[in-house]
Design a binder for this molecule. Structure first.
Ligand code: NAI
Ligand code: MG
Length: 356
């Protein structure tokens, strides 16, 4: 089949890493000898588009995207456009508009990459953070107003937790755990302080766990979990957390693996009613944008997650193997302590694909 992919490079290094990912995925497709092909259509949405039109994407943007098999996304955010405008106007608009309620963020060691966590050569780290991606702290509920009582402004930002929302992300996490060597789900909570939403979260976790007696479970407070990520990451497998908690923990996780530039993610609509979206975890990195040194690995591995989603697991695995071969060989971008450019890492990955 030919899959129709909408690419939204967005801002800053988004452009650079999306181009890198496309080159690698096209080669992976070519090497299957025609088993599948990728038909890319690029959409020029983002902060520059906002400068011209006052919107991050056209009013009918979701209608346009609906016809695609998947969305391949770079990053949004650029000085001059408030970050909450760029994020809500594009990335969150797509995630929420397409009910991409499961955000999957794998974290693992890469050969040849120094991690602050790697204690000995045989230490392994391999988790998946499963992020609730539709509600919680990013439900967008609240407002700002002048307060007659205190003077000045007051802002309210509410979290929304629904039983349906908690249950579906937890079932997703348990189903994923069943496919892994270590069948375990760790729930991240803060129910000691957040006595409504997080207590509902815990209740649903306990109930869903009852349906998966073969999967080990534990529940850990988010602050303790941050310490646990650093001090004893070995005994984690699937980590399920609310929108904000998982956002923070997965950046920590990717830094522990070596760099934010390595981290991949999938925003899934598991029912497949709408396209899913694949993007590196990092942002637009204005500090290095345009200099050609961005690490493309997070975007490339997000592309591998997209191939998994499109039913091409062999090609996806080939991409992951090629990335490992490249890091093992010492072709490392600057954020991993090397001197390879974005183009160097991309070319090396394309070459390694041919050798797998
Ligand atoms: P960031 O992820 O863009 O950058 C944080 C640090 O990591 C910077 O030092 C940057 O140079 C480095 N970095 C990021 N990606 C890298 C890569 N591929 N290779 C090498 N180094 C890399 O986060 P920051 O600085 O907090 O935000 C910058 C902009 O990105 C903001 O406008 C923010 O709103 C936006 N953002 C967008 C996201 C998205 O589109 N999903 C996610 C996070 C931030
Ligand atoms: Mg984040």
């Amino acid at each position: 089949p030919t899959f129709r992919i909408a690419t939204i490079p967005g801002d800053g290094v988004g452009r650079e890493v999306v181009d890198a990912g496309r080159a690698v995925l096209d080669e992976a497709a070519r090497l299957t000898g025609g088993a599948f092909a990728l038909d890319w259509q690029e959409l020029p949405w983002g902060s520059a588009y906002y400068g011209e039109t006052g919107r991050m994407m056209p009013e009918d943007g979701l209608e346009v995207l609906k016809g695609f098999d998947a969305v391949y996304f770079g990053a949004v955010g650029w000085p001059g456009v408030p970050d909450h405008v760029s994020l809500w106007g594009l990335r969150l608009a797509i995630c929420q508009g397409f009910d991409q309620w499961a955000n999957v963020r794998p974290v693992r060691f890469h050969p040849g990459v120094t991690s602050p966590l790697r204690k000995a050569d045989d230490t392994e780290l391999d988790w998946v953070v499963v992020r609730e991606n539709s509600e919680g702290e990013y439900a967008g509920l609240g407002g700002r107003n002048l307060s007659a009582r205190t003077g000045g402004e007051v802002a309210v930002q509410s979290s929304l937790f629904t039983e349906v929302g908690c249950e579906r992300i937890m079932r997703f996490a348990f189903d994923l755990a069943r496919t892994r060597t270590t069948k375990k789900v760790t729930s991240v909570t803060k129910s000691n302080a957040q006595q409504y939403g997080m207590v509902l979260w815990d209740d649903v976790f306990r109930r869903v766990a009852g349906d998966y007696p073969d999967v080990e479970t534990e529940s850990v407070l988010v602050d303790a979990m941050a310490a646990r990520f650093v001090l004893s990451p070995e005994n984690l497998s699937v980590v399920v957390a609310s929108n904000l908690n998982a956002d923070i923990l997965s950046d920590l996780g990717s830094a522990l693996a070596g760099s934010l530039g390595l981290a991949a993610s999938a925003n899934l609509n598991p029912e497949r009613r709408y396209p899913s979206m694949f993007e590196p975890v990092h942002g637009s990195a204005p500090d290095i944008a345009g200099t050609g040194v961005a690490n493309p690995i997070g975007a490339i591995l997000s592309g591998a997650l997209m191939l998994d989603h499109l039913g091409q697991p062999a090609a996806a695995e080939a991409v992951r193997t090629a990335v490992d071969a490249v890091t093992a060989s010492g072709t490392l971008p600057r954020d991993l302590g090397g001197t390879a450019t974005t183009a160097d890492v991309t070319a090396a990955t394309v070459a390694a694909l041919g050798e797998t």
